[in-house]
Structures are given as structure tokens and as C-alpha cells.
Design a protein around this ligand. Sequence first.
Ligand SMILES: [Zn+2]
Length: 310
Amino acid sequence: MKRSFPNSNLLTRIAVAFLVGLTLCSCSMKTSESNVKVMLLTGQSSKYHDWELSSALMEKHLNAVESFDVVKVVSPAQGEDMSDFAPSFDGIDVVVLDYEGDGWAEATKAAFKRFVNDGGGLVVVHATDNSFADWEAFNLMIGVGGWGGRGNDFGPKIHWFEGGAKLLNTPGSAMHPPKHDFEIVSRAPEHPIMKGLPEKWLHPNDEIYSRLRGPAQNVTVLATAKADLTKVSKGTENHEPMLMDIRYGKGRVFHNTLGHCNKNDDESVSSLNCVGFIVTLQRGTEWAATGQVTQPIPTDFPGADAVSVR
Ligand SMILES: [Zn+2]
């Protein structure tokens, strides 16, 4: 009896459906696996800041990026035993550090140093650069920092003059003018983080960290700002670095000095909800992790004339 295969079309359709299913399945798995693994590391700040508020807002901003998988790690509280605080950086692409507080155990410092040195990304935000003044590797990672024992002999300051950045060894340690609205100027328009952003934009009610000092090695200044002395009485005469690209070993570091908040602020605080802050945090985190930025510039990015706050 001649065999017939009346269901061959059906079998083919099943096979095709199965293959399509496999393809879809592997696509979605690939997307998930290729997501940027972000560790937001926080848990302490000085009396001048509020890590709970800043990290909650940054967690929201980072989670808004579809290709990010964000895990939040909270250290013991200030003054508590830090000896067992040892987050694992295995599988992490980038650490966003919102931490101004007690020193870490030597093994934790060694693991963090190894992570960045081997190519892990690092993002440091605002008061994080007040931390760990006595940790040589950390100072190299952040380029420059302030307070916490960083005096006149702590390395040069970076100032922006017409034509580029200069290192200055003149006296003067960290300060900031009172919070006010000020203009941020892009100094590296072709850098992946900055590409497509306007040359100038207005940033609301924040501190201009000034006269930060440190080893200042392997630093590219991405954006600067100068105190608006028509609004505030105190401030340096120079443009200060606000956004920086620093290289440490194989690691990329994005240093964002913006983003002040304290216990008098709430979740609507404009410095951390400025679209300029949000977008540079999101783009800087992707860049530190991958070396590239795939995120489009949102239409509500601020210009030079008005702030834009979400
Ligand atoms: Zn501050």
C-alpha cells in the first residue's frame, strides 16, 4: 500500500511553528542576557545629604531604561560593623555608587578595585566623591574629589580655560556656591555620553562642586559650569568640571558631580529630577558598562533658556 502523508503540511507547519518559537525564545533570552547589569550601591551619607532619597530617585531613573537590569545594594548604616559588607560584583557590568560614608573592609576594597581594573564600569554621583580620601585606588578612579581630608596637597585641581582643561596646583580646597540655577556647557560633543546633547543647558538649584583635587589622571572633561555670580555671592571664577570620563585600568568611570539633596528635600527635588541629570545618568551608566550609548535624546532635554524637570 502506497503510503501517503496527508498531514505533511500540518507537520511542516508544526515544525515551522516550533522553529519560530525557538527563535523567538532565543531572541528574548538573548535580549535579557544582553541587558546591562547595574548595581546601585548606596546606604550612607553625611548629615549634608540624604542617600535614601537620592538612591530612590536614581533607582527610578535607571529602571526607566529598558535595557538595564538594576539591583540595589544597601550597606550597613553609618557606624555599624562594616567587616561583613562584601557585595559580589560577579556578573555586574556597572556599579553606580551613591555612597558617602564609612570605609570598607580591605577584601571588599580589593574586590571593587579588581572589578573596575578588569573592565567593570563605575558611575560616581555627587557626594560619593567626598568618600574614601585615604584610598589611593578610589582617588585614581574618580580623578578628583573634595572634602573628607582632601587639602591643598591632595593633587591638582582641574579648571577649564578657553581651549581645554588645565591642572592647577594653586592653593584652595573644595567648596561650592549656594544652590542656584546655572548653565552647563558641553566640552566633548563627540563623546558617546554627550553626542546629540545641546552645547548648553540650564540645570536647576544644585551645588557646583569647585576646587576638587586629586591625582587627576586619565580624565576627560565632558561638561563644565561656572557659578552665576549675579545670583550667588560665593564661587570660583573658573569653569569647574561637572561631568568627567576617567579611565582606571580597563574600566570606564563616569563622574557626575551633580545631584545634591538633603533631608529637607522630597522626591520632587529638582536637582535629581532635572532631565539633564536623568539623561546623563542613564547615558553615562550605559557608556561605563559598554563603551557605547544607544539611548535617544528625549525631546524634553533642557536648553540654555529654561530648566526641564520631570
Ligand atoms: Zn551636596
